[in-house]
Write a protein that binds this ligand. Structure first.
Ligand SMILES: [Cu+2]
Length: 229
């Protein structure tokens, strides 16, 4: 009975908006693509395995005709061994192509050029128990409220004043650790205008849940006006 109760729960959850899969930036959309792509490949493998499993269970079931005969004892099958080893290598290769390409593209260090570096908007992010400070190119500072322009590359310089935190705006991009004593760089490309919730994603102390912030993505004109440029 309890198991039956989970069915309406799943139906309810079907209406959920899974934020990371409904990304509002190029960075987040590429990351969501990788999730769907690996999920798709996994489903293909799963389908083949289940079909073969069902077929063999049926084909080699005990019947009145074969119930006294023992199956032949075979030792390895070169053809099959080569086939499934090759298939696994091929699948991993197919998975590796977009994974490496997107990871390389999203790495601010590997893919940065002077040109994008200069046209990008840089924001210093400091995490500390239990709030976030954002400081912008002209020295302006905000607490727990991040303001960035839409359709731009935003480069974040992440630092922590105490313990390890994790910078996360689920609708815009995946998490990145924020470490004390070492600056990490992260970039979000072409966010869409809107308001998005952010959260520290690393348990960093008793008031960790309070480490939330709001991100406002505004037009470049509004951003410059706000910044006082
Ligand atoms: Cu934290």
């Amino acid at each position: 009975m309890k198991k039956l109760l989970t069915i309406p729960l799943f139906l309810l959850l079907a209406g959920c908006d899974i934020t990371v899969l409904n990304a509002k930036s190029e960075t987040g959309q590429d990351q969501a693509f990788l999730i769907w792509f690996s999920f798709g490949l996994m489903m293909v493998v799963l389908l083949i395995v289940f079909v073969l499993f069902a077929r063999f269970v049926w084909k080699y079931r005990e019947t009145s005709l074969n119930k006294d005969t023992l199956p032949k004892d075979v030792k390895g099958n070169k053809k099959l061994e080569i086939t499934w080893t090759t298939l696994a290598v091929l699948l991993l290769a197919v998975l590796a192509v977009p994974t490496v390409a997107i990871t390389y593209n999203q790495s601010p260090i590997l893919s940065s050029s002077e040109e994008t570096e200069q046209s990008a908007v840089h924001v210093n992010v400091t995490g500390q128990q239990y709030f976030w400070t954002f400081s912008y190119e002209n020295g302006k500072e905000t607490t727990n409220k991040l303001i960035i322009p839409a359709n731009n590359t935003i480069v974040f310089h992440l630092k922590s004043k105490d313990v390890i935190h994790s910078f996360w705006i689920p609708k815009l991009a995946g998490k990145t650790d924020v470490l004390p004593g070492k600056e990490l760089i992260y970039k979000i490309v072409n966010p869409e205008e809107g308001t998005y919730e952010g959260q520290c994603a690393e348990f960093c102390g008793v008031q960790h849940t309070k480490m939330q912030f709001t991100t406002e993505v505004v037009s470049i004109a509004d951003y410059e006006e706000w910044l006082g440029k």
